[in-house]
Design a protein around this ligand. Structure first.
Ligand code: GUN
Length: 293
């Protein structure tokens, strides 16, 4: 068997087109959605992510402003910047790119963001609403995975979804999204992590395996049930002297051999990555729309 390749790039482009149409409607009603991005310091991958997010904004007509404090910014100074953005009426969404420098407490920063502008869905208020099944801002990557499955015609209802990774950004919200009694959900969920015993035994039970642990090519074919759907959330840089950049991007899944076992699989790049950006656009529009109600 050769797996169907789920084209995240194409599905994300479709979502961005829908978002563009919604932005036009909002503009007709006098509101231009605006995202404030905060990029602290000089982390190469973070710079690329923020650049991609701002480019997506520009393409669909969302305004964006960028703040780039140096890695030396103090925690109180960063909290002050967030407070200013919270009070700025022209800004609908605030995105603080993670990770932050070691001397800054990420939790404090996330908790400082006004939950109604928390387009990343990281604030405990929004996470709590997600857990109890209320409408809220949801973390963009897991929300993107759900959308990818929905639009690929893969119904998770009643299926065993196994997630590798328990991060606050992906693993935990992913589990809470697909377990809900809602459309695109109703799954049976298992979360695995670094302390899980007999990991391959559990992953082999997955109808849908979602890998979000951040280790290059960790998922091998003997960890995957024949015919399972495999979603690769990992974006890992590995050395590649043959490339101009000196590195290449690979996922958490050993793509070639796994695609001989799975029924469908997402590639890296071009799978989940573009969905994260598309869902950020959706969340920013949602934040702007909330003002009209
Ligand atoms: N770092 C890794 N993923 C993300 C994300 O989705 N949002 C933010 N703000 N930082 C991240």
């Amino acid at each position: 068997m050769t797996a169907k390749i789920i084209d995240g790039k194409a599905i994300a482009a479709q979502i961005r087109q829908e978002a563009k149409n919604e932005v036009e409607v909002l503009k007709d009603r006098g509101v231009t959605p605006c995202l404030a991005a905060v990029l602290v310091g000089d982390v190469a991958a973070s710079k690329v992510y923020v650049k991609n997010k701002r480019k997506a904004c520009e393409n669909i007509g969302i305004a964006s402003v960028l703040h780039t404090p140096t890695a030396e910014i103090s925690e109180p100074e960063l909290l002050k910047l967030i407070d200013e953005l919270n009070h700025d009426q022209a800004i609908h969404g605030i995105l603080v790119q993670l990770p932050l420098p070691k001397h800054i407490d990420e939790t404090k920063v996330i908790e400082a963001i006004d939950p109604s502008k928390d387009v990343d869905g990281f604030h405990p208020y929004n996470v709590g609403r997600l857990v109890i099944g209320l409408d809220t801002f949801r973390s963009c990557t897991p929300a993107g995975v759900q959308e990818l499955l929905l639009r690929s015609g893969i119904d998770v209802a009643g299926q065993h979804v196994v997630i590798i990774g328990r991060s606050n950004i992906v693993g935990k919200p992913m589990a809470n999204i697909v377990v809900q009694k809602q459309k695109g959900a109703n799954a049976t969920v298992t979360i695995c992590h670094s302390r899980t015993r007999n990991l391959p035994e559990i992953t082999r039970q997955a109808d849908i395996l979602i890998s979000a642990l951040g280790q290059p090519q960790f998922v091998k074919p003997d960890m995957v049930k024949q015919g399972a759907v495999v979603i690769d959330v990992g974006i890992n840089r590995i050395d590649d002297p043959s490339s101009d950049k000196g590195y290449k991007l690979v996922g958490d899944v050993d793509f070639e051999p796994v695609s001989k076992v799975a029924s469908a699989v997402t590639p890296v790049p071009g799978g989940v990555g573009p969905m994260t950006v598309a869902m950020l656009m959706v969340n920013t529009i949602k934040a702007a729309r909330m003002l009209l109600k």
